[in-house]
Structure formats: C-alpha cells, structure tokens
Write a protein that binds this ligand. Structure first.
Ligand code: SF4
Ligand code: SF4
Length: 299
C-alpha cells in the first residue's frame, strides 16, 4: 500500500496560497539551507524528537529503552543514540516519559487519510477561495505519494497548491504539474556555486523546473525569495535573479524575510544548529523589495 511520511497537518493556514487552506507538511528535503528553521522536515523517515525544554531529567526514558540508547550527556540532559532509534520497534521511551518530552516526528499516512483530513474543512475552502497546500520539506521528494494526494484532492473538488524549492526531476514535474493549481516557488541564489554553498546543492534542477513551468503554465507560478542577510540579499544576487527571470518571461517576486526562529529545534533532533544571522530589519526588506521591483519594472 502506498504511504508517505507527513510531519504536520495545519488547518486554517492563510499565508501559503489564497483563502483559508489546510497545509500538509511532507517530510524529507534534498536541500540543507543554512538558515532553515524546520529541522524536523529534513530527514525522510519518522524520527524521535526530544523536546529539551520539557525535559525534567528523570531518565525514566533511559530505564525503559530496550536498546540502552539513552545516557546522560555533559549538559545533564538525555543523550540519545539515534542510530539505535532508527532500528527501534518499540519506542518505549515515549510511553515512559511523564512529561511528553519525547515524540515521533513524522507519521506514515495513506493518500486517502491525507485527503480525508483535508476534506474536514472543505466548507471553509469554498467560502474563502482556499484549498490545500502541500509543503515540506520538499513535497516533490515524495513524488508518488504527493501525486496520489493531489489527485484525491482534485477529485474531491479541492484547489491545490504546492510549496516547492523546484529541486526535482523533469519526470516528477511532468507528473505533478497537471494536478497543481498554484506553485509557490522559492528562489534563493542565482549562482549555482553560491547555491551549493548555502543549500548543499547546485541550482540547475531549480532553474530547469522554473523554465518548464514558465513555458507551460506561468499563471500558476508565485515566486518567493527568502531574504537572508549575507546570503540571498546581496545586490549581485538580486540583479542576477531578475536577469534570469527576465530570460524566462517571469516578473514579480515576493520577498519573505528570514525570521531566525527555529534554531533551538536542531538540538531536539541531536543536530548542530544552523548559521543564524540576525533577521533583516524592515528597511532591509523594503530595500530588497524596491531593488527587485525597480529592475523588473526597468526591463
Ligand atoms: S526510540 Fe527506541 S531505541 Fe530510541 S531511545 Fe526510544 S526506546 Fe530507545
Ligand atoms: S523521561 Fe522524559 S522528562 Fe524524563 S529524562 Fe526522559 S525525556 Fe526527560
């Protein structure tokens, strides 16, 4: 049976697409943006989260773990051998914790289960012009599951959006595109070496996907730029991005200021925190927005 891994379903979302929407967050992403505030989205498989802020260091979890995967770390908190957790069949630590400090992040679901969850708020979509938005992670990284979810939503009359990095193959894009009403497409860096430096991967697949959508269905594209000080906000990057958009016949870009939240979550998954530049202030966001608009208007 086809299943996918979902790490959150949020009703009544209003930022990622028109109207009132349900956002379905699929787990797994091929990028590792240095500013990412969603470490729970990175790995494709379900994984154990230790909410450190809730932990009272009672170590009942360690006593319950059949693999002896938990010991006390230098900071006094549980240190978890996550290689053991990846093989674990019991997750006994979760039940043992009296403070809800341990939980699995990511649930295996069938497409029918996702569609049923989305349909709960169908009346709100109808009244507001909303629908469902699949996000991540990178939702295109679970192509068969995403396709089945989109098809089910379409058949139920629900408008569909996909929030994507564009980092995928032509085959996946060909299969998904006809089932999507709106692509919320994140652009980051125009130079592929810079893109690889800041996100871990080159940008060739991103611009290949963008070119395909620009030629096939430009009306479905909403372009967004996360504004990250010292990374995406460089004048040269903004200028080159506009040049590349011009070549593709594309226009407006929404500026989404990086907010700097989420760094604390990395430790919950046993990972080092990312680079955390200070968020851009309002004048910096205005300046980038104006710079983009001027170049677009001047074409
Ligand atoms: S998930 Fe399993 S192996 Fe990992 S700490 Fe919990 S009980 Fe132990
Ligand atoms: S059982 Fe829960 S509260 Fe106690 S040490 Fe483990 S994670 Fe922390």
């Amino acid at each position: 049976m086809l299943t996918g891994v979902v790490f959150d379903i949020q009703p009544f979302a209003v930022h990622d697409g028109p109207g009132i929407r349900t956002q379905v967050f699929l787990k797994g992403c091929p990028l590792r943006c240095a500013w990412c505030c969603n470490p729970e989205s990175h790995a494709a498989a379900p994984e154990l989260r230790h909410h450190r802020a809730r932990c009272h260091t009672c170590f009942q979890c360690a006593a319950a773990c059949p693999s002896h995967a938990i010991e006390q770390g230098a900071d006094g908190l549980p240190r978890i051998d996550r290689r053991a957790c990846a093989q674990c069949a019991t997750h006994a630590c979760i039940d043992a914790c009296p403070n809800d400090a341990l939980a699995m992040c990511g649930t295996r679901m069938t497409p029918d289960e996702v569609v049923a969850a989305v349909l709960k708020d169908a009346a709100f979509y109808r009244n507001s012009g909303g629908g469902v938005t699949f996000s991540g992670g990178e939702p295109l990284a679970q192509p068969a599951f995403l396709e089945a979810c989109l098809r089910g939503c379409r058949e139920a009359g629900i408008a569909t959006a996909v929030s994507t990095t564009g980092y995928t193959t032509p085959e996946v894009l060909d299969a998904i595109e006809p089932l999507v009403d709106l692509f919320l497409f994140d652009l980051k860096l125009a130079d592929t070496a810079q893109h690889a430096f800041w996100t871990g991967v080159g940008n060739e697949p991103v611009f290949r996907s963008l070119a395909t959508l620009a030629s096939r269905c430009p009306e479905k594209l909403v372009l967004r730029l996360p504004l990250v000080p010292g990374a995406t906000d460089a004048p040269q990057n903004l200028a080159t991005l506009v040049d590349r958009l011009t070549e593709l016949g594309l226009g407006a870009v929404q500026v989404a200021p990086y907010h700097g939240l989420g760094a604390d979550k990395y430790a919950d998954f046993g990972r080092a925190p990312p680079m955390s530049p200070p968020p851009p202030d309002a004048p910096a966001v205005r300046a980038a927005t104006v710079a983009l608009r001027r170049r677009i208007d001047a074409r």
